[in-house]
Write a protein that binds this ligand. Structure first.
Ligand code: PLP
Length: 437
């Protein structure tokens, strides 16, 4: 208010509302809010989740991030040294917007190993999957364009498409992934510009799309000639058995646009993600990317390429899988123990989070201040909802903290739920079936 000249303060007289905004308020700051372009649905949600994950004084069950204690630091350090020995100053130069050939090759080879007919020419390296989604939104969306998006889904995808002015048409997710029957009705009635799905370990429900649904989804979207964006950032995070082949490995697959990232199975700080798609899409994506950051960091790309080529990635993922499986089981058991009277929780077969559903009468948003006071964070379900209405759901991550901290986090969460429930007069809950999966 002071910056906008609406209130003023004088020593000895306190703060007063000014009858007329002063031309030059206490500072010389411009009234920035009035100068910005129209709000494009910008939201602080992801920033706040990442900030909370970096805090030392709260238990970050809001996070969905691999654990730094498990990073293969010795191997990575040796690779970093060898890059400076072999590539020298080249590793710090400008690079092609599409990405380093070595990294595009390595990504294409991994996709080919999973059954796709992808070559390096189909791949564009992006600053994480978030940039990939944002570029794809720019690629297909004009203000008012309709985009079919599964719900609940990754909040960053909702934001990226809304920021371009998309009108999101929700398609429900169940235990087998996106409801393709519902999508088909949408495609028959509306002019949809693209379809967005997370077939492997949907964020936040952990649902994995069945093979039958995948085949039907490929067929339906092809029949309507609609681009199908598959966000596969969790594809390599399976804990029980590998999920079915990615959609880009299907037939037909020319209309499939595959988004991947190293953030969830390795580490997020490299900011290496990618889009693999038909040559015309790859070309368009590269031109859009060049307007935002010219290209991804050359050194990060060299490191990512060597990590993939030298088997560091595969060894790491195999080594941490049992650790994450245990963390998942510890958190499920602790949540059931400390909060089972008031919620149901799932046990996903991969990803890095559990999806909880509160008993009737309790809302996740209302739980936030209680959890904050208890020193634990989580993500309320409405943020993942395309319609913004999943009020009883919330997500807790199991990948970042070690087992004893997960246990303590669940205990704090349980205490917070007890406090909210007694405030609301919910004595004990009639809990239904676990959510979705
Ligand atoms: C489904 C999904 N897609 C994309 C992203 C963004 O990942 P990145 O770190 O690669 O930008 C996330 C991160 O949480 C996610 O859950």
């Amino acid at each position: 208010l002071a910056a906008d000249g609406l209130i003023g303060a004088r020593v000895g007289s306190g703060t007063v509302v000014l009858s007329r905004p002063e031309a030059s308020p206490a500072t010389d700051a411009l009234p920035w809010r009035q100068l910005f372009a129209a709000d494009t649905n910008l939201s602080p949600a992801i920033r706040d989740i990442i900030r909370a994950a970096l805090r030392q004084d709260v238990i970050p069950l809001a996070a969905s991030e691999p654990s730094p204690d498990l990073f293969p630091m010795e191997e990575v350090r040796a690779l970093a040294d060898s890059i400076f020995e072999r590539q020298g100053a080249e590793a710090l130069r400008y690079a092609a917007v599409e990405g380093l050939p070595a990294l595009r090759e390595a990504i294409a080879r991994r996709l080919a190993d999973r059954g796709a007919r992808t070559t390096a020419d189909n791949v564009v390296v992006t600053a994480g999957a978030q940039q990939a989604l944002s570029i794809l939104a720019r690629c297909f969306v004009e203000p008012g364009s309709e985009v079919a998006m599964e719900t609940p889904t990754y909040l960053g995808a909702i934001q990226a498409f809304r920021a371009q002015g998309a009108r999101l048409v929700p398609v429900p997710v169940d235990a087998e992934g996106m409801r393709v029957d519902s999508l088909e009705q949408t495609l028959a009635r509306r002019s949809v510009r693209c379809v967005v799905t997370i077939p492997n370990f949907n964020n936040p429900t952990g649902a994995v799309m069945s093979l039958e649904r995948r085949l039907r989804l490929l067929e339906v979207t092809r029949r309507y000639g609609v681009p199908l964006i598959e966000d596969d950032v969790y594809g390599e995070t399976w804990l029980e058995s590998p999920p079915p082949a990615p959609l880009i490995a299907g037939k037909p697959a020319d209309h499939v646009i595959h988004v991947g990232s190293l953030s969830k199975a390795l580490f997020a700080g490299l900011r290496v993600g990618w889009i693999a798609a038909a040559p015309a899409v790859a070309e368009r994506v590269a031109l859009i990317k060049q307007t935002t950051d010219l290209f991804c960091g050359t050194f990060s790309q060299w490191l990512a390429a060597r990590i993939l080529e030298e088997g560091v990635f595969d060894r790491h993922v195999a080594r941490v899988r049992p650790v994450y499986r245990r963390r998942r089981d510890v958190l499920v058991a602790a949540i059931e123990r400390y909060a089972g009277r008031y919620l149901s929780v799932n046990r996903p077969a991969g990803g890095s989070f559990l999806w909880c559903r509160l008993a009737d009468g309790l809302r996740a948003r209302e739980l936030l201040p209680y959890a904050g006071a208890a020193g634990v964070t989580f993500v309320p379900g409405d943020l993942f909802s395309v319609a913004g209405n999943d009020e009883g759901g919330f997500r807790v991550g199991f990948s970042l903290p070690p087992e004893e901290v997960l246990e303590e986090g669940a205990k704090r969460l349980g205490g917070a739920i007890e406090a909210l429930a007694s405030r609301r007069g919910v004595v004990s809950a009639a809990i239904g079936a676990p959510p979705l999966v």
